[in-house]
Write a protein that binds this ligand. Structure first.
Ligand code: SAM
Length: 461
């Protein structure tokens, strides 16, 4: 219960941090009034300065850690405080996992209103460094010397931190980025200036395979058409660097925060990299969704496969929001039939290629909006033993959940990268009679507040 109003909260005060918020901020409470504190670890006693105040909560920054939590550690990246990407690197890894589990429990309590769902211990990422296999660096240039800048945005800003070394991504990516910094200037390719929408190179997107270390490099240009200088830069990347699977140009001259424009043209090499998961080789393109941490993704695929293998004999499975049909393809050998649905054409084409190369005859891959597909399946009277739902961060619509319930005979396996929308959707499914068996969290994004969850639900009919 809050018994204090915002005007009574002093500008500076000493607090003890109780918890971590779902966005990785430390939480302290003063008579029920909540303060979210950047860079604070549960267990810290710290002097803080209050920033923006609202009726029930405020934001604050740490002025001084008076008594550090036992779980504070020295970040292994020298840029941790400046770059906004690894918010939790100052907390030891085991404690990060405990905190993430707590975040899932708290979210289930506050949004789903349910304290009875078993939340299991977080399965750690097999790698805590060099795990991030997809990189999207915004690019700009210095005002006077026109040097290319590429890196992540400083926290809460669009100012680029020029990152030369990032320990959470494969070291080879640093080399590729450094090469592009030098060669772009030589090729007269300028960096983008967001404020006035001028310049050439807006983003560098790299996907690197954990399986064979090859990289697909996409240069996002502020242009509608291919210029000779872009082609020259792409050629240099492909011919002068080793292990480059392909190099392409994406055209994006819109005033938008979206990284990729509609059209991508591969100028040299392949339009995909290969990745090995559950003993199968997958193809991943520039526009296809794929988890950034392949070894942790592999853990999820194996976990779900084991669960299904243990509980079903030859089930019929629906893989919805399928991407490159990674679930469907990895489950095909223990299923009677797998049907998948995905709306991105490039992902569907790659999935069909992989299915064909692996001779998977019991796989049906559909290119369609999942909601429309569900509706069509209900009308056709087709039903599935298991439905896997792996929607984007916004979760599923109520309509889609209603259809999923009608389509599924036994289990819904809900895979989610957003505990808040997972909790909302579980609440709805449970109101409709589903029983949530357990939630298994996986750490896909070490040192960040993000957490991936697999929820197992039984249909109540
Ligand atoms: C979180 S990803 C999961 C992909 C895949 N299950 C995997 O693990 O690689 C969500 C996928 O849903 C797709 N998607 C988003 N909205 C969709 C919709 N309305 N209908 C079909 N697919 C959709 C996205 O393109 C993306 O591939």
């Amino acid at each position: 219960m809050q018994t204090i109003s915002k005007k009574d909260i002093p500008e500076e005060l000493t607090v003890t941090i109780e918890k971590l918020s779902n966005l990785g901020l430390g939480i302290a409470k003063i008579d029920g009034y909540v303060i979210f504190i950047e860079g604070a670890c549960p267990g810290d006693t710290a002097r803080i300065r209050i920033g923006k105040k609202n009726k029930n909560y405020a934001f604050a920054k740490v002025l001084e850690v008076i008594k550090p939590s036992d779980h504070r550690t020295t970040p292994f990246c020298p840029m941790q405080k400046i770059c906004g990407a690894c918010q939790l690197q100052f907390i030891d890894y085991d404690y990060q996992l405990e905190l993430k589990k707590e975040i899932v429990i708290d979210t289930m309590h506050s949004i789903c209103g349910n304290d009875n769902i078993e939340v299991r211990d977080v399965i750690p990422s097999p790698q805590t460094k060099e795990y991030r296999h997809k990189i999207q660096y915004p690019v700009s240039e210095t005002k006077d010397s026109k040097r290319i800048l590429a890196g992540y945005y400083r926290q809460n800003s669009h100012e680029i931190v020029n990152i030369k070394y990032c320990p959470v991504q494969p070291a080879y990516c640093d080399e590729i980025i450094e090469f592009i910094r030098r060669k772009a200037s030589e090729c007269k390719v300028s960096g983008y200036t967001e404020k006035i929408h001028t310049g050439d190179l807006r983003h560098i997107v790299i996907r690197t395979s954990q399986y064979n270390n090859k990289s697909l490099v996409i240069l996002v240009m502020n242009s509608k058409k291919l210029l000779d200088k872009y082609k020259l830069l792409a050629e240099k990347i492909f011919t002068e660097l080793e292990n480059i699977a392909g190099v392409g140009i994406n055209y994006n001259d819109n005033k938008t925060n979206l990284i990729l424009g509609e059209k991508t043209e591969i100028l040299f090499g392949d339009d995909y990299i290969e990745e090995k998961l559950c003993d199968k080789i997958f193809k991943i393109g520039a526009k296809t969704f794929f988890q950034v941490n392949p070894s942790s993704a592999d853990n999820i695929f194996k976990y779900i496969k084991e669960y299904i293998h243990k509980n079903y004999k030859s089930p019929v499975i629906l893989d919805a929001y399928a991407g490159i049909t990674a679930f469907g393809i990895s489950l095909a050998d223990i299923a009677q039939k797998v049907v998948s649905v995905e709306e991105v054409k490039e992902s569907v084409s790659l999935a069909k290629e992989i299915a064909k190369e692996n001779g998977l005859a019991n796989l049906e891959i559909n290119h369609m909006d999942a909601g429309k597909f569900f509706e069509q399946e209900v009308q056709n009277g087709r039903r599935y033993d298991i439905t896997i739902l792996d929607p984007p961060r916004k979760g599923c619509s109520r309509e889609s959940l209603d259809y999923a319930l009608k389509l599924t005979k036994s289990d819904i396996i809900y895979v989610s990268c957003n505990p808040a929308t997972l909790a909302r959707d579980l609440k709805y499914l449970m109101e409709k009679g589903c029983k949530a068996e357990f939630i298994q969290p996986f750490d896909m994004f070490p040192h960040t507040y993000h957490i991936e969850n697999v929820a197992i639900l039984h249909i109540g009919n």
